[in-house]
Design a protein around this ligand. Structure first.
Ligand SMILES: Cc1cc2nc3c(=O)[nH]c(=O)nc-3n(C[C@H](O)[C@H](O)[C@H](O)COP(=O)(O)OP(=O)(O)OC[C@H]3O[C@@H](n4cnc5c(N)ncnc54)[C@H](O)[C@@H]3O)c2cc1C
Length: 373
């Protein structure tokens, strides 16, 4: 059993780290303070091919695997959590469903533009009354001619206003819960697609999150992703691998907090009590990393990975939340100052316990898988 990163992944990690530390980190504090989109970092990521990590070479991507994706998001998050969530959502739930469920025509049409960063991808599942219980979504897709007409409002959509296409989940069969949901590729420029309220959040401030309003949006049948009624399967499969990315994001934020705490302790000595604290933080994060890499390896090698991805998401995000709080506690009064990296890591970490399936929902998935029900 070899626990080291394969050489190709290690050199990829080094190149992402260089970009993340050289560009994303430089703007991270400003992006957070001003709630502004990290244009410099996303552009640099696009120019380096990081927006096409999972997309095969034949469609202009890098053709790398889930482990490379995890490492990529980890390194970006270690520098700028906002940049990491933008790239993560684009790469996984915003693009991967087309790779997994798209027709040849859909892949040829959309993947090269997503891989190059010409289009940013987004995933529109959540509604005001459909969060954890996504099967209760109400956005409608009414058949009309050779297509559909979409109406409804999605909320908390990452990359809102910046995305060139949204993968939208809508109800084609009323009253059928999950079985009545279909998935659609909806270009942002389609008439009737509007950006509603853009939310001001406690963290991940550079990543725009808000409402996607669909008013009589005509979507041709050629843009339906998967069969009619298969949308819920598309969403759940996308979220399974998406959770591996969120695990990487959590690791990056957690290790950034450990880096700050390490630098702090090197600059002052107050005895073993503090060092033991740091030791526990680093140990918990390393155990979380093992779960994330294991889930990524299962996914890349075509094995079942739902259970591993949920465990990784749960453990990585809960661990990072605690590590970020511990690092702030170590920093003391300076840690609570607005603009300190310690308080930013705490604010950035919180949403990870909520999105792509809250950690309570992960426990539901894990218990179900463990009990095989
Ligand atoms: C920053 C951010 C970005 C997001 N980006 C996207 C995006 O790009 N696309 C998208 O579609 N959505 C996105 N979301 C929405 C996110 O996926 C939902 O917030 C999440 O699914 C939880 O839904 P909810 O917030 O409505 O919580 P609810 O479902 O209302 O749950 C509220 C609380 O109850 C708990 N709970 C719910 N059900 C159970 C249960 N069965 N057992 C125990 N506890 C339970 C939950 O864990 C939670 O703590 C984003 C959210 C945030 C905060």
């Amino acid at each position: 059993m070899d626990f080291s990163l394969p050489p190709q992944h290690a050199s990829f990690r080094d190149s992402v780290r260089e970009l993340a530390q050289g560009v994303a980190l430089v703007f991270a504090a400003e992006v957070d303070r001003d709630h502004r989109f990290p244009d410099e970092s996303v552009r640099a990521a696009a120019e380096s091919g990081l927006l096409g990590v999972l997309i095969p070479r034949e469609y202009g991507g890098a053709g790398l695997d889930a482990l490379a994706f995890t490492v990529c998001i980890d390194e970006l998050a270690r520098a700028c959590a906002s940049t990491s969530v933008i790239v993560d959502v684009h790469t996984s739930v915003g693009s991967e469903p087309i790779l997994l469920f798209g027709t040849d025509e859909q892949k040829k049409r959309w993947l090269p533009r997503l891989a190059s960063g010409e289009l940013l991808g987004a995933f529109a599942l959540t509604e005001p009354a459909a969060g954890s219980d996504a099967a209760s979504l109400q956005t409608s897709a009414r058949r009309k001619g050779d297509g559909y007409v979409l109406n409804g409002t999605k909320v908390f959509i990452t990359n809102i206003g910046r995305a060139g296409l949204y993968i939208v989940f809508a109800r084609t069969g009323p009253g059928e819960r999950a079985a009545g949901v279909s998935a659609f590729i909806v270009p942002a420029e389609s008439p009737g697609v509007k950006v509603g309220q853009v939310f001001k959040k406690m963290g991940l401030n550079g990543s725009p999150t808000g409402e996607l309003v669909l008013e009589d949006v005509v979507v041709p049948r050629a843009n339906r992703l998967g069969g009619e009624g298969e949308g819920f399967t598309v969403a759940m499969r996308a979220l399974d691998s998406g959770r591996i990315g969120i695990s990487g994001q959590a690791l990056g934020i957690g290790f950034a907090a450990v880096d700050e705490a390490t630098a702090l302790l090197k600059s002052r000595t107050r005895g073993q009590g503090e060092e033991f604290w740091l030791a526990d933080m680093a140990t918990r994060l390393e155990s979380a990393r093992m779960l994330a890499y294991h889930a990524a390896w299962l996914c890349s090698s075509g094995r079942p990975f739902t259970l591993a991805a949920s465990m990784a998401k749960l453990h990585c995000t809960d661990t990072t939340m605690q590590v970020a709080l511990d690092a702030l506690q170590l920093a003391g009064d300076e840690g609570v100052l607005a603009g300190s990296p310690f308080e930013r890591h705490v604010r950035d970490a919180k949403a990870l316990q909520i999105y792509e399936g809250s950690n309570q929902v992960q426990r539901v998935v894990i218990a179900r898988e463990v009990m095989q029900v």
